[in-house]
Design a protein around this ligand. Structure first.
Ligand code: GTP
Ligand code: MG
Length: 450
């Protein structure tokens, strides 16, 4: 049996830029089976089995490749889906796409249209669709782990469970409304309040997560700071594994903030090299210092660099910025090696040499550990977008009003309304309600299956 939504049939290149070894073209909709028969000239292959086929017509062979037939609802979109795994040449893909365009009822998909159909077909919720987009965009191992879990529905399941709890609570209140005037069964509102309180507590825990999911998705900000000439740019180049920043023995070489996207131990880090603190000879250097301080203040992680050759004498200005999000580094340990238990600003220093590479592994390990403590994806699933946070906060606020109204013994109709608002907000996160309003915003900047 096949399932179709009655929509038209769409097709698109589902794989990446051409030329490539392979290209995958996906077709979804009621005419997918007919398209497959038309291009292979044969009956439909066994469902979900890769089958070798010659594509084209008697007069003109387009390519030889594998075809897979996914009759709905067991397909990506829930509709009938056909996939063509062909050679990834531009002309090959163009020829197959042109042949599909020539079939009655088929048209090219628009951006994100396959995913929209998967949502409409109930194959995934909105958070899973976002997870899929994040998985495609994931650049590091930790991002991959987080995105894969979200794409598998881990976030959506949490929100659905809370929504079920609120629906149950609402049912108690509605029963109370129905009974009003008659003998009200005791305890309905209280039972609802108990359920809501527990969901609200879980929401609070989920929301007070130090933004770890969002930070992992967006990348952590790290800033290298320190006095002029301590070797910040040398260290930056070493960590970035390229000569991105100018290094010289003149103090005040770096003036602007220089950035590099890095994968450090599986965590995405946007590392910034900054101007030396403390020295501000002239407007340009003063501006450089101002920018360095702004960057340091906004960073998830600071790497404060000091000169090993002068230790225990250290730059007081930099030492003052050391806090629990700071890794302290004593650079130039090739010139003088500080004791293993050397500290600056109360933190154990990591001795490195940006010249010889000594100690860099220890620094990398410390950065990775710090990143893991900020946004380890192995912990419980975390929300990953500002959209999730804002909508959850909306839901939580309505629950707060509900609980207050219950305490104040307000009328059951009034308190039920707050529960409806809270439940509706949860439904918007997963796309169970008001989904059309959200799709354009969400799919505006990414497309899957197209
Ligand atoms: N011996 C030794 N010299 C180093 C080391 N790291 C940097 N240097 C030298 O120290 C000088 C300053 O290095 P930079 O990396 O430009 O220092 P910076 O902190 O970025 O300096 P500003 O941008 O001016 O604040 C250069 O001559 C480097 O070659 C090191 O680990 N050992
Ligand atoms: Mg520099």
């Amino acid at each position: 049996m096949t399932t179709n939504t009655g929509a038209d049939t769409i097709f698109a290149l589902a794989s990446g830029a051409l030329p490539a070894g392979l290209a995958v073209i996906r077709v979804s909709g009621p005419a997918a089976g007919r398209a497959l028969e038309s291009l292979t000239g044969g009956p439909l292959p066994r469902p979900r089995r890769a089958t070798l086929a010659v594509l084209g017509s008697l007069e003109c062979t387009l390519d030889r490749g594998l075809v897979i037939w996914f009759p709905g609802p067991r397909s990506f979109t829930g509709e009938d889906v056909a996939e063509f795994h062909i050679h990834g040449g531009r002309a090959v893909a163009a020829a197959v796409l042109a042949a599909l365009a020539g079939i009655d009822g088929l048209r090219p998909a628009t951006a994100g249209e396959f995913t929209r159909r998967a949502l409409a077909g109930g194959k995934m919720d909105l958070t899973a669709a976002e997870g899929l987009a994040d998985l495609v965009a994931a650049e590091t191992e930790a991002q991959r782990i987080q995105a894969l879990r979200q794409a598998g529905g881990a976030l959506g399941r949490i929100y659905d469970r809370w929504r079920d709890d609120l629906t149950w609570a609402l049912a108690q209140l509605e029963a109370a409304i129905d009974f009003s005037g008659e003998d009200l069964p005791p305890g309905l509102t209280e039972a609802a309040a108990v359920k809501v309180r527990s969901a609200a507590d879980e929401m609070d825990a989920h929301l007070t997560d130090a933004r770890r999911g969002e930070r992992l998705r967006d990348g952590l900000g790290a800033a290298i700071i320190g006095a002029p000439n301590v070797g910040k740019s040398s260290l930056f180049n070493m960590l970035a594994r390229r000569d991105a920043a100018i290094v010289s023995d003149a103090a005040g070489t770096t003036r602007d903030v220089i950035e590099a996207h890095l994968d450090l131990g599986g965590y995405p880090v946007l590392l910034a090299d900054t101007a030396g603190l403390g020295r501000a000879e002239g407007d340009v250097e003063a501006e450089g210092v101002r920018r360095a301080l702004i960057r340091a203040a906004g960073a998830d992680l600071k790497i404060a660099v000091f000169d090993a050759a002068t230790w225990p004498e250290t730059d007081a200005g930099t030492a003052r910025t050391v806090d629990e999000n700071t890794l302290v580094v004593l650079n130039k340990c090739d010139l003088a090696s500080p004791p293993g238990d050397a500290t600056v600003g109360g933190r154990r220093a990591i001795a490195v040499s940006a010249r010889t590479g000594e100690g860099i592994d220890n620094l990398l390990k410390a950065i990775t550990e710090k990143a893991a403590s900020i946004c380890n994806p192995a912990e419980s699933p975390a929300l990953t977008r500002a959209r999730h946070r804002a909508t959850l906060e909306e839901s939580r606020a309505a629950l707060g009003r509900f609980l207050k109204d219950v305490d104040e013994k307000k009328g059951v109709e009034i308190i039920a309304e707050e529960l409806r608002l809270a439940s509706r907000a949860l439904g918007r996160i997963t796309g169970r309600v008001d989904v059309e309003d959200l799709l354009d915003v969400i799919f505006g900047d990414f497309c899957i299956g197209k």
